[in-house]
Design a binder for this molecule. Sequence first.
Ligand SMILES: *Cc1c(COP(=O)(O)O)cnc(C)c1O
Length: 235
Amino acid sequence: MGIKENLLNIRKTISECAIKSGRGENDVKLVAVSKFHPAESVLEAISCGQLLFGENRVQEAAAKFDFVRSTGAEPCLHIIGSLQRNKVKEAVRIASCIESLDRIELADEIEKQCAKIGKKIDVLLEIHTGEESKSGFSSEEDVALVLEKCAAGEYGHIVPKGFMTMAPNTDDESLVRKSFSYLRELRGRMSSRFPSLSLSELSMGMSGDYEIAISEGATIVRIGTAIFGQRDYSK
Ligand SMILES: *Cc1c(COP(=O)(O)O)cnc(C)c1O
């Protein structure tokens, strides 16, 4: 099936899951993950009304989205992959949100680069909840430290919006659920600890597990394969 049919089907499923979990049909945002797929695929998705995209490699994303934007299109881009310090400058130039803030030093660098260009950027704190994935904060105290600095106004250009995670890649649904419910509970703890911050977003769920994620409270799902097809990693 093509990108258009895939997007229609996924949007329908997302709406149904959102309603089942007591939310409005448009309450869950879809990040179309276009990594390893060409600019033409992004443009096709845009022509179907999809304006929010996710990429995990900054250089690939910059080339692709600079081209897409040169055609006059105005997509939003989230960086969802682990971010090296020397890529932050380029990342904050092209993205509206960094979903993969996973260490304190990275927050310092994002603040520094955003201050230079006078841009405020949304961030999600990535949390390690599944055994297989290595990325994300694994200490709640480190998470609190970053949020503390945000609440104290030390990061004037960083707007924390919530949390992101990747569930373990397993057929055991209970493990996947556990990972998502952990993220939701962490949001609850951090929201009561930092009432001045608005930490409503939960970015969780990919092609294989987004229905479970929405039932556990996802507000953002990140879907690649189910929209664009298999990725060709040999490229
Ligand atoms: C690639 C990727 C996705 C999308 O995965 P699919 O299984 O293709 O839907 C979601 N989140 C992150 C962080 C990714 O790197």
